[in-house]
Design a protein around this ligand. Structure first.
Ligand code: MSP
Length: 511
């Protein structure tokens, strides 16, 4: 079976889960479910990033050990993911032994390849961003006084210490060639160009160890040094698979690393260069999504306005949240979250379109046929157009999912739903019933139910709970088995004589 490996970033444990974290994880989950249904051997990884100065400081501020802080936040993530129907296959913690040995093995590989050397480091460090800046970078930044982080504008600290360096500069040309030869390696295209420009402007070697704090993975053979958090964090994608015990784990390389745009440089520059140095294959794609504002405002810790998953779940079903986040904003672009927009989309696309088509179709089937499908008769133009649209949807959704274009996939499915509602109007089953045209009525009801079933199948990765109940009403308990596009995606699977349930609204209108 062909492997499919999808990852989320590992989330810092000095913050609580918010909208930004659930966004990436939901997107990854939809890909994982879609690929499982496509018959791939999926490995879907998420987890937490526990090390570093920020976490050590956050723990100190609370008077607890870093690991206690990490345990608390891990608990929150691990209870949150099932609430959002996240089907991850593993959860990696960077404090775990399996991860630490993976990181140390990576370090040794880089060292053996001659990609690491020891020197002195004198630079500017932004603690909140965990980023080092050179004088030049600070001068280019907006602030004239040259003492503030170009990213977050907070004060940077001057640091001088003994440090190990990774020869990032040595991989500059290879990386440029690689990006040029693999146009889909970094997505969306605007991000790819951004990375290319950055790499072409010149890469400096990277300081990759610290002696100023201890909460991290020690450098093998030189324990007073802690490995820089990004080398540590990025290696999670391999350590979770059993690296180094399994030299080339079966799911490596990853098919796609989903990340937010703020951590693009780490994933699209540092990580590929590390892998080149370690002589390991590169991931298939790095997809950087945009950022959400909430009701027009940037979420920030200081404002305390971060949108918490619990606040969302108090008002909406997990499936509706999943649908909305992926439908509202083209994946890759920034967007704004608002409860008004969510309610509007819910009412118009889920209640009025999908819910209505399901309810009216099953209601008519029950009214005229006691819920039993009749033998469909000769196909007419309207029927053929509907089937063609359903089959077109399946192809188009597959193409969109290959590009992580969730919004386009959902839009395409919506077209079929609206087509289905139009088909009801055009064929007026109530008139056929009145006229006693049994053959035509059977055909129309059959086409509606098959359309609904195939729409639900496409929506299943997005809304697993709601669609399971929709499919349950249509096809009954057969749902207990694993559904796949190849076994269940063909038109005409339901046979005459099949009994459907009475309609039960899955998307009641919200006032
Ligand atoms: N620990 C690092 C990632 C290491 S991956 C090897 C990290 N963690 S984080 O918890 O700060 O952020 C995780 C993700 O949340 C990032 O992908 C970031 O883009 C995302 N988001 C944080 N705020 C966000 C929004 N407001 N909107 C969308 N995503 C946002 O970075």
């Amino acid at each position: 079976m062909e492997s499919y490996y999808v990852t989320t970033p590992i989330y810092y444990v000095n913050d609580e889960p918010h909208l930004g974290h659930i966004y990436t994880t939901i997107a990854a989950d939809v890909l994982a479910r879609y690929q499982r249904m496509s018959g791939r051997d999926v490995f879907f990884l998420t987890g937490v990033d526990e090390h570093g100065q920020k976490v050590q400081q956050a723990a100190e501020a609370r008077g607890i050990e870093p690991i206690e802080l990490a345990d608390q936040v891990v608990e929150r993530y691990q209870t949150l993911w099932p609430d959002l129907a996240i089907s991850n296959d593993d959860f990696i913690r960077t404090s775990s032994e399996r991860h630490k040995s993976g990181v140390q093995a990576m370090w040794r590989r880089l060292e053996n390849a001659g990609a690491i050397y020891k020197d002195f480091y004198e630079d500017w460090y932004c603690v909140p961003c965990e980023t080092y800046w050179t004088e030049t970078q600070l001068k280019d930044a907006e602030r004239w006084d040259n003492k503030h982080c170009p990213d977050c504008d907070r004060a940077v600290e001057k640091v001088q210490e003994e440090s190990y360096f990774f020869r990032l500069s040595a991989y500059q040309d290879r990386l440029i060639d690689y990006i040029n030869a693999h146009p889909d390696f970094i997505a969306p295209a605007s991000r790819r160009n951004e990375v290319l420009r950055f790499v072409e402007s010149g890469l400096n070697d990277l300081s990759v160890s610290r002696t100023t704090f201890s909460w991290g993975v020690p450098v093998p053979g030189d324990e007073k040094h802690v490995i820089y958090v990004w080398i540590d964090a990025l290696t999670n994608y391999l350590s979770a698979l059993g690296f180094p015990d399994q030299e080339l784990p079966k799911h490596w390389p990853a098919d796609v690393h989903l990340i937010g745009k703020d951590i693009l440089r780490f994933h699209a520059i540092y990580w590929p260069c590390m892998l080149m140095a370690a002589d390991l294959p590169l991931p298939g794609r790095i997809f950087a999504h945009g950022w959400w504002t909430v009701e027009g405002e940037k979420m920030s810790k200081s404002k305390g306005n971060a949108l918490r998953p619990a606040d969302l779940l108090a008002q909406y079903d997990a499936d509706v949240i999943r649908y909305f986040l992926l439908r509202e904003v083209p994946f890759g672009q920034d967007g704004d979250f608002s409860f008004t927009a969510m309610k509007q989309r819910y009412n118009s696309e889920l209640a009025n379109d999908v819910g209505n088509l399901l309810n009216r179709s099953l209601a008519m089937l029950n009214k005229y046929r006691d819920g039993v499908l009749g033998e469909p008769g000769d196909e007419q133009g309207l029927d053929r157009a509907l089937i063609a649209d359903v089959e077109g949807m399946q192809r188009d959704v597959a193409a969109h999912m290959d590009k992580q274009a969730f919004h386009l996939a959902l839009e395409r499915i919506s077209l079929v739903v609206r087509h289905g509602n139009r088909y009801v109007e055009e064929n007026a089953p109530w008139a056929l019933a009145k006229a006693g045209d049994d053959a035509r009525l059977n055909t129309v009801l059959y086409h509606l139910v098959e359309t609904l079933r195939l729409v639900a199948l496409q929506l299943l990765p997005f809304m697993p709970g709601k669609m399971a109940s929709m499919l349950g009403q249509i096809q009954g308990e057969a749902l207990q088995q694993e559904l796949s596009f190849s076994a269940h995606g063909g038109w005409g699977l339901l046979k005459a004589g099949h009994q459907c349930a009475k309609p039960q609204p899955i998307f009641p209108r919200m006032e």
